[in-house]
Write a protein that binds this ligand. Structure first.
Ligand code: ZN
Length: 409
């Protein structure tokens, strides 16, 4: 699948260090990515409807910071992102609105690309839809079957294929008790009560074709992939096992990432990722932002209303990624005022003030902030202080604002 154009990223003078991220699986901050060579990251992509709301934008911006920190550390990055371009919620939305599901997906993927480009998000190296990856998914199901964890549900009409979460590590990512797992599984697309399953938490890997639903030929019968197996197949195919980082919104910890990890372990005997990082959810005016409440705020809508994409980016960067927060109009107006102050500092003459912090010290402190669990919020405060007394060597700070924070002044 076509991704989107890459922003040009300035190179800063080289500097050693590591990226430290809080690993959801251990609860500890851990060095993430190799010390040299290639870093590998997988971020779960959108199901193409309701793109790109601010929760999506906050997630992809977070992992864009990871990408930028790794590059600044001299690493190359192999980054995979999927598009769940066939799934129940997409088909339900298409049916509800009378749209053709492929047309709905195509429009929403185009909108997502436009939003990501405007926000200066570095595109994935492997941007893959499910529809174009049916063979990869099918091969993974084959491996899982060879490992003895895949079976057909006892249903005379639709004996769909399921995978048992038999990996010894199952549960270690979320740390949830079985009752909590079952509840979240039911809330987030799972089917614990389906008759004929061996275990209530077993996950669908291949759904046989129902009348009127899209389907593809496979050794498992005509049908379409389940959700978790899709991400595992694409991740293993492009990055291999035990890659450096898997990311997504915190609502993906369970069941999605837990079940991805279990399936990958069953197929390869290795963990899927070394570190898992999750992004806090974004609300609106103190309420959870959700489809059912109809209170989603979209990047495209803000752009249509005249918001500068760099101000939208700054508004999101002002919040630490792990902290759930709620969007209010002042997020944008504060960010617009900040962008203006920074631009003035960048473009107008230096104050030559004797109290100005040397540019190199500001850049070093910005690097330290983002390498420490992606504290962009702290980096913004450092740039604010610089913008109040810009001093000489402005270009050095302007390049760091672009390279590390992705904000072009
Ligand atoms: Zn995923």
């Amino acid at each position: 699948m076509r991704s989107w154009p890459a922003p040009i990223i300035p190179r800063l003078p080289s500097d050693e260090g590591r990226l430290w991220l809080k690993n959801t699986a251990t609860g500890r901050q851990e060095a993430t990515g190799p010390t040299a060579g290639q870093a590998r990251m997988y971020v779960c992509g959108i199901t193409p409807y309701d793109a790109t709301h601010l929760g999506h934008a906050f997630t992809y911006l977070t992992f864009d910071l990871v990408n930028r920190v790794w590059r600044d550390l001299g690493l190359t990055v192999s980054y995979t992102e999927n598009v769940t371009d066939v799934d129940d919620p997409l088909l339900e939305r298409a049916t509800a609105t009378g749209a053709d599901w492929t047309a709905l997906a195509t429009d929403q993927i185009d909108l997502f690309r436009t939003d990501m480009t405007a926000l200066r998000i570095i595109p994935p190296d492997h941007y893959l839809g499910v529809v174009e990856s049916i063979d990869q998914v099918s091969r993974l199901i084959d491996r899982l079957r060879a490992a003895g964890v895949v079976y057909q549900v006892a249903d005379p009409d639709y004996p769909d294929w399921y995978c048992t979460n038999s990996a010894p590590t199952f549960g270690s990512l979320s740390g949830l008790e079985p009752a909590a797992m079952e509840q979240l599984f039911a809330e987030r697309g799972g089917d614990p009560d389906r008759p004929g399953k061996r275990h209530r938490l077993d996950a669908l890997v291949w759904r046989l074709a129902r009348p009127g639903e899209p389907s593809w030929e496979s050794p498992w019968g005509r049908g379409r992939p389940g959700w978790h197996v899709e991400c595992v197949a694409l991740a293993l195919d492009t990055l291999g096992p035990a890659f450096d980082l898997q990311g997504g919104g915190e609502d993906l910890i369970f069941p999605h990432h837990e079940m991805c990890a279990a399936q990958a372990f069953s197929a390869t005997g290795q963990p899927l990722a070394e570190v898992y990082a999750h992004v806090g959810l974004v609300g609106l005016d103190g309420e959870k932002m959700s489809k059912s409440r109809g209170n989603l705020v979209f990047v495209s809508q803000l752009r249509r209303q005249g918001a500068n994409p760099m101000a939208i980016r700054l508004a999101l960067l002002a919040h630490h990624y792990r902290q759930p927060w709620s969007w209010t109009p002042s997020d944008l107006s504060d960010a617009e005022a900040r962008l203006e102050r920074w631009r003035t500092a960048a473009n107008e003459g230096a104050s030559q003030s004797s109290v100005a912090t040397p540019a190199a010290a500001t850049v070093a402190a910005m690097r330290a902030a983002v390498r420490d669990d992606l504290h962009a919020d702290r980096a913004l405060a450092l740039v604010d202080a610089w913008a109040a007394e810009p001093g000489a060597d402005r270009a050095e700070v302007v390049a760091a604002i672009d390279a590390l924070l992705g904000v072009a002044l």
